[in-house]
Write a new protein. Structure first.
Length: 226
């Protein structure tokens, strides 16, 4: 019992002294009030503990929600990339079908004419084995990319020179054999003077990590115009 309570009890006893038999009632009332005060303090402590527990659960749910949002954002980016790839594939397929139809029509018209000349010569060109794109601001933000320029690796083909060198999806290529790479066009230009089987150096941004890799260019045979 603190000093204020002792003082209050003493005053109650002194006041009750002049009322004879009413003193015990006053003391019982004082005890009841003290008991109620203790119960209220216990209830207040229980409520505070529940509040603390609820705050912890709310923080846990917030962390889980942030993780789910990051997953949704990643799926959204991958979905857009797949849509672009599908649109390009459909476009290429339509062009190939149109070419095949045209060739078939031409073949029917010239079936009894002189045979067509042989196909043009082929040329071996360097091959990397990955798909990439310029870094768009919304993609960089949602993937948390540190690099603001370069080529974002969107896919690495199994067994390709890029896969053997250690490139991974969502890596950012920022330098190619000493040449700074800001766009996919920069990469195509840097490849122009390279030859198959040549070893080149790559500077990669992977999250917060910067990597230096070596890649041996593969060979891709393409038909060239005469």
């Amino acid at each position: 019992m603190n000093l204020a309570r002792r003082a209050f009890r003493t005053l109650a006893l002194l006041a009750a002294a002049g009322y004879g038999g009413e003193a015990p009632d006053l003391l019982r009332r004082l005890d009841d009030l003290e008991k109620e005060n203790r119960e209220l303090r216990k209830e207040l402590a229980r409520v505070a503990e529940e509040k603390k527990e609820l705050a912890g659960q709310l923080e846990k749910l917030s962390r889980e929600l942030r993780g789910l949002q990051a997953t949704v954002d990643k799926w959204e980016i991958e979905h857009r990339q797949m849509e672009r790839t599908l649109a390009q594939t459909q476009k290429d397929l339509a062009a190939r079908v149109a070419e095949m139809v045209q060739q078939e029509l031409q073949g029917r018209r010239t079936r009894f004419t002189a045979p067509a000349p042989p196909p043009g010569p082929f040329e071996d060109r360097p091959y990397l084995g990955f798909d990439g794109q310029d870094i768009e601001p919304d993609v960089a933000r949602k993937l948390g990319l540190k690099a603001q320029g370069g080529v974002l690796i969107t896919d690495v083909r199994d067994g390709s020179p890029a896969a053997i060198a250690g490139l991974q999806k969502n890596d950012v290529l920022v330098r190619f054999d000493g040449a700074e790479i800001k766009t996919f066009q920069d990469l195509k230009k840097a490849l122009e003077d390279k030859k198959p089987n040549q070893v080149v150096s790559l500077s990669i941004q992977r999250g917060d990590e910067k990597l230096e890799l070596k890649l041996t260019l593969g060979t891709r045979r393409v038909r060239v115009a005469e």
